[in-house]
Design a protein around this ligand. Sequence first.
Ligand code: TXA
Ligand code: MG
Length: 354
Amino acid sequence: MDPLISSARCRILAADAEGVAKAAEAIREGLLVGLPTETVYGLAARGDDERAAARIFAAKGRPESNPLILHVADMASARSCFTDQWDAMTQRRFERAGKLWPGPLTLVGPKHERIPAIVTAGQDTVAVRIPDHRVAQMVLSLAGVPVAAPSANVSNYVSPTTAAHVVEGLGDHVDWVIDGGPCSVGIESTIMTLGDDHTSPMILRAGGLDVATLEKQLGEVVSVVQKSIETGKTPVTPGQFAKHYSPRKPLRIVDPRSIKRPPFGDHESSEVFAGAARWLRIRCLPSPVIPEGYDAVWTIASSGKLSEVAAGLYAVLRRADAGPFDAIDIESVDETGLGVAIMDRLRRAAHQSR
Ligand code: TXA
Ligand code: MG
C-alpha cells in the first residue's frame, strides 16, 4: 500500500455499495468524509449539524467567514434549503436553472431558517448544488440530509481531483475518503445568485458550467461579478479572494506563442522568480513548437479540448509543485466557454507567488 495512505488517519472506501453505505453512515454520525463529485472532491459533513460543519472549518484551516455549499440529491431537497417565501421570479429561475442539475452549478438564494448559521457564515443566503456523480448521488440519497462540502484541500491550496489528493492534504483530518476515481470536470462549480423580482441573476464564480448555457436555460442575461483579484474590494462571494488555488512554487502565466522563456515583467521581478534556475513550462493545449529555456515541457490536453485542460489542470499543478522545479510558466487559453473559468483559476494560482 502507498506509505502516504497507510500513514494517514483516514481510510479509503471503494466506490461500491458497501463503501457508499459506510460513507453515508459516517456523514450521518457527524464525521468528515472525502466525497467525489464531478468537479472536485468535497470535504463532506452534515450540513444540518453545527458541530459536524464546524469540523470542516477546523480541518481545512478555513476562516469561518467563508460559507459552505450544501449538496443534495434532488430538486425537492434543494428547494427545502431555501426560504419558503420567495417571489415568483426567484422560483422561476430556480426551476429553470435546476434543469441543469445534476451538474457543476451552485445556486445562491435566501436561506431557510433551518440551515445553521455556521454553514452560511451568518449570511441570510445559502449556496446549494446537486452534483453529477454517481457516487455522490448515492451517498447523498442515503444520507438523507443536506451535506456541506467545500473542496477537500487545505485552505488556499490547489483543489483535489483524486482521492489520493485528499489524503495528501487532509489525510490526518478526514475519517473516510471514498475513491470515485478522477473528477471528470476538474474545476469547481459555477456559482450563480438567483436574484429576485428586482435584481438579475449574477455569476459569483466562473466554473464548470459556462455562462452561455446558463443564459440560454434562463432566457435572460446573466452578469458576471467583477473579479476581485486586483481591486481588493470586498468580494460578494467571500471565497473569491485573490489568494486561492495556489501551488507553493512561483507560477506565472505566459503567452502560448512565446517560444523563448519570457523575461520578467514588472510585477514578476520578485526575488522568487529571479533566483529560479529550473523552469517548467506547462502547455494547456498542444503545439508543435518546443519552447526554449525550460528543463521540462508538459502538455495537459493532448486532445486540444478545454474540457481536458480543466479536467487535468489541478493534478498537473500538484505534480509540478512536487517536481524538481524552482518556477512554473503556464500557458494562457482563450477566455471563451470553459476558458473563462480556467483563466480565473490560473490568475489566482499565479497571484500568490508574486
Ligand atoms: O464544485 C464545487 O463547488 C465544489 C464541490 C465540492 O461541490 N465545492 C467548492 O466549495 O468549490 P468551496 O467551499 O471550495 O467553494 C465554495 C464557494 C466559496 O467561494 C464560498 O465563499 C461560496 O462558494 N459561497 C458559499 N455560500 C455562499 C453564499 N451564501 N453566498 C455567496 N457565496 C457563497
Ligand atoms: Mg475551494
